[in-house]
Design a protein around this ligand. Structure first.
Ligand SMILES: [Zn+2]
Length: 400
């Protein structure tokens, strides 16, 4: 996909949706006009950019601008969530040009699910009618922990039947495309960053609300990956509120235990609300239980709403502590479950963050909802593979 200078130039064009002239590119990137001319020629020849529109702005002669060619390069994102598979086909501009959502009845059989993923991607490629050579690759966002070098899902706590699953190799074989895997929280943070239209130095925490909770950490406009690409594990932070003994961390007040379906169902029962619960429930039944609770909350059941608010305020307690450690000024909420609970829980989670945020005398902490909606994981996967192939970031270069 070319060299570092090409990646820098492509990134600058991508971040200028109104177009950018060669002169502006030179002053923005610090590259010589000759280098820019060489790279732009290559991009024009490959049909990745176009240079046929003139813009008049202010005095002086009109400038001809470079823009991305619509669907010349696309990537495919897949999000594996314990209850649903989401697919997107995304172009270099970041527009989703095709999407698919599949509720999976037997997600526990990993090999069948992977085959379903491969077949669905083939269908989507056929539907968008884009030649394979213009498809950058496939990025899969999955619950962590992961080993991205080996393309493995390791042992996700809330996804039975998915311990040590090689997900990349079979899809690569089936599709004959570049395939990468990323932890869902990191993919979501990459998506949020990639979709920001203007280049700006940004530090934020992406609070991912799915089947479990995780954080994507962005520092200086780059996703913090950690030593094993599994950064952002917040499930075992102390919330300061006793719940159940957690077998994984040994504490009785961690976020995972305090937001588990088991604990919520127990609390509900004490308050006179019966939720379906048994010790041998699988991830699908737990997920159904949570969805049932959410619909009760949406219908105005006060016990259900209070349980959801208490649960999400624990997430806020933890996010506030993480923001303290990193000196962060912005928290973004997103993920499949956030969309459903936002109305009910936004106030309580924000209150908890503000209460915990100890740097408030120095600066404010802003909270907002991601604009990527429930597709954030899949968009993140699509952005991650674009990022790995095209971005000038040092971390991405290592993946090439
Ligand atoms: Zn724990």
């Amino acid at each position: 996909m070319g060299d570092f200078n090409q990646a820098v130039i492509l990134e600058s064009i991508r971040r200028a949706p109104e177009g950018i002239s060669r002169v502006e590119l030179a002053s923005l990137t610090g590259l010589s006009p000759q280098t820019i001319s060489n790279v732009v020629r290559r991009l024009l020849d490959d049909g990745i950019v176009r240079e046929d529109r003139t813009v008049v702005s202010g005095p002086g002669k009109p400038r001809t601008v470079l823009e991305l060619e619509g669907n010349r390069l696309v990537s495919i994102g897949i999000h594996l969530d314990p209850s649903v598979l989401t697919f997107v086909v995304m172009n270099l501009r970041g527009d989703v040009i095709r999407e698919r959502r599949i509720d999976v009845p037997n997600l526990e059989v990993a090999s069948e699910t992977i085959e379903l993923m491969g077949n669905t991607v083939k269908e989507l490629i056929a539907e968008v009618r884009i030649p394979k050579k213009h498809i950058v690759g496939v990025g899969i966002a999955v619950p962590g922990p992961v080993n991205i070098e080996e393309g493995m899902i390791l042992n996700p706590p809330l996804l039975d039947g998915w311990a040590d699953v090689d997900i990349v190799a079979p899809l690569r074989k089936m599709l004959r495309l570049q395939v990468i895997v990323e932890k869902d929280t990191i993919a979501s943070a990459i998506g949020e960053l990639w979709q920001a239209k203007e280049e700006k130095s940004e530090d934020f925490i992406f609070v991912y609300c799915g089947h479990g909770f995780g954080a994507g950490i962005v520092l200086d406009s780059d996703v913090h990956r950690g030593s094993s690409n599994n950064a952002g594990e917040i499930g075992h932070y102390s919330t300061g509120k006793k719940s159940l003994l957690c077998e994984e961390c040994g504490a009785d007040d961690c976020l995972a235990a305090g937001t588990s379906y088991e604990f919520i169902a127990k609390q509900a029962k004490e308050r006179g609300l019966d939720l379906p619960y048994s010790d041998d429930m699988g991830p699908e039944q737990r997920s159904e239980g949570i969805n049932h609770l959410i619909s009760l909350g949406q219908e105005g059941n006060e016990i259900a709403a209070a349980l959801l608010q208490e649960s999400m305020s624990k997430v806020g307690e933890v996010a506030g502590q993480l923001a303290n450690s990193l000196d962060i000024g912005q928290i973004v909420f997103g993920g499949p479950q956030w969309e459903q609970v936002k109305e009910i829980c936004e106030e309580s989670i924000t209150a908890a963050i503000t209460r915990r945020f100890a740097l408030r005398t120095v600066h404010e902490i802003e909270t907002r909802t991601s604009e990527l909606g429930s597709q954030v994981g899949a968009i993140g996967g699509a952005c991650a593979v674009m990022d790995a192939s095209l971005s000038p970031k040092a971390t991405a270069l290592l993946l090439r």
